[in-house]
Design a protein around this ligand. Structure first.
Ligand code: FDA
Length: 307
């Protein structure tokens, strides 16, 4: 029941100010965020790759309200791509971007977001890596998929995220299950109305399995974005039935969540990618993690209580 409240708080500026200023917040944020600066993110990358893991970086930021902020988001990713290129780490790390950080919600936002993300996708290709477009709330899905289609004309490896809680997603999976398509399937992290999204957790799980089956049976590259042991086991079984070998799909989990399981899967020969957020604008990301799981919230409240 607290989940929807926290998801609403994730979009509130006044609660953002209170949570961000609380001194106890920082240590809890550090569990989920790799640092504020690029050099800290690169240190995390090296630590994770030493343990056999791969990475997708998220330079934190979303819902920008002016063009200047959108350009700064673009520049942060260009700097990241440059670092991946010069360090030769592009083979082990890709980049995840939120188009709302690139200006998608501004007037004329589709064109602005496309113009800002295109150089990032070009820079990623030069660094030997790719970009995946994160998926935000349901109002952005058509725009994000249209921008994806344009990017894929020149950069077919550009990836997308689909959310199993949306009623539309099985159709989107069919449309994106073709050769060369990279799709991260997640359950979905936003507060959505019943008119567009399933509300019952078990139904979301069942939809996840149906979507995963479509992606596994298709010709693309499925990326299983879930910490759920049942989804991980079902994905392995579906991959086996579809004749997919490790390397023809991958698991993805968030930084700081089920770390031992991440290493176990990598040790068992699976490709395991960790989603590593960094940067100063951690509030929305952090609140979605608290909303997802009572244990995350309890961890936060315990650290408040033990101060
Ligand atoms: P869910 O929350 O349904 O939990 C199921 C089970 O998993 C639990 O009962 C428990 O066993 C286990 N589990 C979950 N969290 C755990 C924890 N912290 N510790 C131990 N066990 C745990 N969303 C979105 O809308 N757009 C996006 O672009 C993305 N991108 C993205 C990237 C990656 C790599 C991941 C992993 C996730 C996202 N998400 C996302 C978030 C996603 O939509 C979803 O909210 C979370 O992954 C939570 O759902 P799960 O499937 O992980 O487990």
């Amino acid at each position: 029941m607290l989940g929807p409240v926290l998801l609403a708080a994730a979009r509130s500026d006044s609660i953002r100010r209170i949570v961000s200023a609380a001194p106890v917040t920082r240590p809890v944020v550090d569990r989920f965020v790799a640092g504020e600066r690029l050099d800290q993110a690169l240190t995390t990358l090296r630590a994770l790759t030493d343990r056999g893991l791969e990475v997708t970086f998220d330079h934190l930021g979303e819902d920008v309200t002016d063009r200047g902020e959108a350009l700064r988001a673009r520049d942060a990713y260009l700097e990241l791509a440059q670092a991946l290129r010069t360090t030769g780490l592009g083979e082990r790390a890709e980049m995840s971007v939120k188009l709302s950080a690139f200006g998608q919600a501004l007037p004329g936002g589709d064109d602005i977001a496309y113009a800002n993300v295109l150089p990032v996708v070009e820079a990623a290709a030069e660094a030997g890596t790719t970009v995946t477009l994160d998926m935000e709330d349901h109002t952005t899905v058509d725009s994000t998929l249209a921008i994806l289609a344009k990017l894929r004309e020149r950069f077919p490896a550009t990836g997308a995220v689909l959310q199993s809680y949306l009623h539309r997603t099985e159709d989107d999976c069919r449309a994106l299950a073709g050769e060369g398509s990279r799709v991260r399937l997640v359950k979905g992290a936003y507060k959505e109305p019943a008119s567009v999204a399933l509300q019952d957790k078990h139904e979301v799980d069942r939809a996840y399995v149906r979507c995963l089956r479509i992606l596994m049976e298709g010709g693309g590259y499925p990326m299983i974005g879930s910490h759920d042991p049942r989804m991980v086991a079902i994905a392995q079984e579906l991959a086996r039935r579809c004749g997919r070998k490790p390397g023809e799909y991958e698991f993805q989990m968030l930084y700081g969540i089920r770390t031992a399981e991440q290493e176990r899967l990598a040790g068992a020969g699976h490709r395991m990618r960790v989603y590593v957020p960094y940067g100063t604008d951690w509030y929305g990301y952090f609140m979605r993690r608290l909303a997802e799981r009572p244990a995350n919230l309890a961890f936060f409240l315990r650290s408040l209580a033990t101060r």
